[in-house]
Design a protein around this ligand. Structure first.
Ligand code: NI
Ligand code: MN
Length: 225
């Protein structure tokens, strides 16, 4: 399974010819590694409805025919936008696909879509190609990260580290310790001035105080799991 960082909190997971996008915010993303008109997608998974995560979901799904998974309130808005293949779980729910599965888990944040739909933010546990990827979404540090890490043998955790809107790089070290993933990829930093941070210091702190390996990806870079 291959992970490509598309910038900010957007990732592409690819295995066996199947492409899964998470939080495809590309248009208006100063760090976007691809355009909304060029990415492939069989499925699009959303952590929450903020514009820097919902992003180009509707345009990409209409162009590619990708199925979309989002918490029920966002799913309903997306159906209203004309998408037909929409999955609408709530927290704790797992949806199975031909390529794997996706589950919504809690995240501590707020969320309203650009159109005004209020929704509960989430993290995503994604199983694809025999690997488990945990995208934390936007969240602050909270104790149940440990529970999520105990429940799932996470191969790769995608952790926000930029602060201001999410946990900062110091809290993210504790999050990495609690989750106990084999590998950690930092995200949600350096996109905008309030979330500029020192990613190398984060990587050093995690590797000095946890068993996780940190993979720092520049936008556009890939990592094979
Ligand atoms: Ni957000
Ligand atoms: Mn965000």
């Amino acid at each position: 399974m291959e992970i490509r960082f598309l910038g900010h909190a957007a990732f592409e997971l690819e295995h066996d010819g199947v492409t899964v996008l998470i939080d495809p915010f590309l248009t208006g993303n100063p760090k976007a590694a691809a355009g909304a008109e060029e990415v492939a997608a069989d499925a699009i998974l959303l952590t929450h409805g903020h514009g820097d995560h919902l992003g180009d979901t509707v345009a990409i799904a209409k162009r590619t025919g990708a199925s979309v998974l989002a918490i029920v309130e966002i799913a309903e808005e997306l159906r209203g936008d004309g998408l037909e293949n929409v999955h609408d779980p709530n927290l704790g729910g797992t949806v199975s696909f031909a390529w794997g599965s996706a589950k919504l888990v809690p995240a501590w944040h707020t969320s309203t879509t650009p159109k005004g739909t209020v929704n509960t933010p989430a993290g995503l546990i994604v199983e694809i190609g025999g690997s488990i990827v945990y995208h934390l979404g936007d969240t602050s540090l909270f104790g149940d990260l440990e529970l999520i890490g105990r429940r799932h043998a996470i191969d790769v955790a995608l952790i926000p580290i930029g602060g201001h809107y999410t946990m900062d790089r110091h809290d993210a070290v504790e999050a990495a310790r609690m989750i106990g993933a084999r590998q950690v990829i930092p995200c949600h930093y350096d996109t905008f001035p309030p979330i500029v941070t020192d990613v190398r210091a984060f990587a050093a702190d995690v590797e000095n105080s946890t068993a996780s390996e940190v993979i720092v990806l520049a936008p556009g870079e890939r990592h094979t799991v």
